[in-house]
Design a protein. Structure first.
Length: 277
């Protein structure tokens, strides 16, 4: 079950560091272009070698497994009455020797093509360093030359939030500009952790089936809508909330308006050439 196809959510935990500080991660596989199990998900801090537990595998179980891309299938373990029982051994080269002979030529060519493809894609890849609100507030108060703060207010169930992550924030131009000019904050509009802002504590408010966070409501000026992006100045003062999904080009127009301090000299209509229309 792929989240981008069915809106499914994979519950993922870091069993190597269950008490670690939560950070935002995208969890992906290394085989298929659709192997994205989580996007900007809060997980206890991960370091190389840690083991992640997928509490639900959806379609990714042994019955639908294959030797695609020459990968051996994993063992199958039954957990029964507190004991682990091996019911299917891990495949080895010996088990798959015949299969690998059949497809060796095909996979060698495929591997060469994929290597070129990945190297090419990596040269253009840009990543946004998403941080928490507390981290951004601390940096704003301690950095010698603080940046402005950008907050992406999202929810786990928001499809347009995920689309904006993919289309806009992963755009190389957007990612590079935002990383250079803003502290980039991901904030779950339905998160449970209290937030300190301007001497006030904002908390989660249960309401209906889920609820909302007071900080999200304050940032969006009482109009809860996802996604909504928030621009704050270097002293954490509100510049503007921007509701709705934004494609890269119009988003960059807004980001530069505040990031390059154009807003101090021109109003929005003059900046966009709409004055007098």
């Amino acid at each position: 079950m792929l989240p981008m196809l069915y809106g499914a959510t994979h519950s993922i935990s870091n069993i190597s560091n269950p008490a670690g500080r939560e950070r935002y991660y995208s969890v992906v596989g290394y085989i298929c272009e659709t192997d994205t199990f989580a996007s900007n998900k809060r997980i206890n801090e991960i370091t190389e070698g840690d083991i992640l537990c997928f509490k639900n595998a959806g379609a990714y179980c042994f019955t639908m497994a294959s030797n695609y891309n020459s990968r051996f299938r994993p063992p199958e373990v039954l957990w029964h009455k507190g004991k682990a029982i091996l019911i299917r051994e891990r495949e080895s080269f010996k088990h798959s020797k015949k299969l690998m002979k059949t497809y060796s030529l095909f996979f060698s060519k495929s591997f060469l093509f994929l290597s070129v493809l990945f190297i090419s894609a990596a040269s253009y890849a840009q990543e946004v360093n998403w941080i928490s609100w507390d981290e951004a507030a601390k940096l704003a108060s301690t950095d010698k030359n603080p940046k402005k703060v950008f907050i992406d207010v999202y929810t786990d169930w928001c499809g347009w939030c995920k689309k904006m992550d993919k289309d806009t924030f992963q755009n190389p131009e957007v990612a590079a500009y935002m990383e250079n000019n803003y502290y980039m904050v991901k904030f779950d509009g339905e998160g449970k952790d209290p937030i300190e802002y301007k001497g006030k504590t904002y908390k989660f408010v249960p309401s209906g089936r889920k609820g909302y966070h007071e900080f999200a409501a304050a940032l969006m000026q009482g109009r809860l809508s996802y996604p909504t992006t928030i621009f704050l100045d270097e002293e954490l003062n509100m510049l503007s909330p921007v509701p709705g999904y934004q494609k890269p080009e119009p988003f960059m127009e807004i980001a530069r308006y505040f990031g390059d301090n154009i807003y101090k000299e021109k109003d929005w209509k003059a900046y966009t050439g709409e004055a007098g229309k």
